[in-house]
Design a protein around this ligand. Sequence first.
Ligand code: PMP
Length: 397
Amino acid sequence: MFESVPLAPADPILGLTEAYNADPRDNKINLGVGVYKDEAGTTPILASVKKAEALLLDTEKTKSYLGIQGVPEYGKHVQKLLFGGDSAVIADNRARTAQAPGGTGALRIAADFAVRNLERKTIWVSNPTWANHAAVFGAAGLTVEKYAYYNAETSDLDFDAMVESLKGAKAGDLVLFHGCCHNPTGIDPTAEQWQVLADMSAQAGWLPLFDFAYQGFATGIEEDAQGLRTFLSNHDELLIASSFSKNFGLYNERTGAFTLVAKSADVADTAFSQVKVNIRAMYSNPPAHGAKVVSTILGNDDLYAQWVAEVAEMRVRIHQMRDLFVETLADKGVDGDFSFIQRQNGMFSFSGLNPEQVGKLREDHGIYIVGSGRISVAGMTKANMDVLCTGVADVLK
Ligand code: PMP
């Protein structure tokens, strides 16, 4: 039976890492996958995570199953991170959180919830967006529509076009927003633009789904939740998919969260009961380790302070690499204004390189970036900057 199964295309981003690993060149550079690297080019375990793990090793008494929604105190901590400690949503007990296997798992839970329980089965995503969004939502059975986002001429958000295309979204449609550090463009709405979007959404009756994979990588833990909190101020209902892969460096522990906000505690309980039924049928209950680490850190003042400082360190290093990249390109005599790279947030920069230039970077220089021209700034270091900019200067000639 299996002979008739056709070969699937390689994943555009993970396939790139495979090609990179097979490249024998010494000074090859992988700026494809979104993984934070420190100045030494490694992806270390955060010190706060190591301490939490030591505590857990000492105190954990059982490996018995978790409940369907995961580590009991996890939801409370996640909600505080998302909404702020003094949030009315928390005081009114209107949110329910399920631990999820990564941000991807949380997005899938959100999509399944919509497909199984809501009338509208359409989700609007930005053009462009994270390559896996369409796959995750499509697999769950949602129809994926696109709204305008990026203006290639100005390397900026095309807010007017965004608003215009979102006028096509109907009441009840899901509309996906990147909480901060839009992937792949690195461009986020301003506070005023968030307000316009929240007002439009409240008026039109959309169901916003916030994909929050980089909290703390733009400006700060609290500041980065501004868009979400603006929506919370005029929405009774919304969904959030959190990922702690990047900001806790817990990539392979698959640590994320699905959060549902409802009009009242009762409605939240009822809606969440359906989420639990779905999780039970998908993977029964989640793995414990990553969520216990996150809960331990968020529940301990000293570890929390250390974690906030570690996130700041990652954020600052990435911003420094943006500056150095732009400076080094200028030093190499590359024409053009690349200052937009310094204005972008998060791990990625939408470089504007075309597929031909991306191919040449890889063939001639061993520099691997995604075909869309997205560069993972988090993989740049002082040590690889010269080779990188020499390559970019060459393909831009
Ligand atoms: N959403 C966005 C925008 C992302 O960039 C990522 C990770 N690349 C995810 C979701 C998925 O996160 P996770 O690895 O935790 O599944």
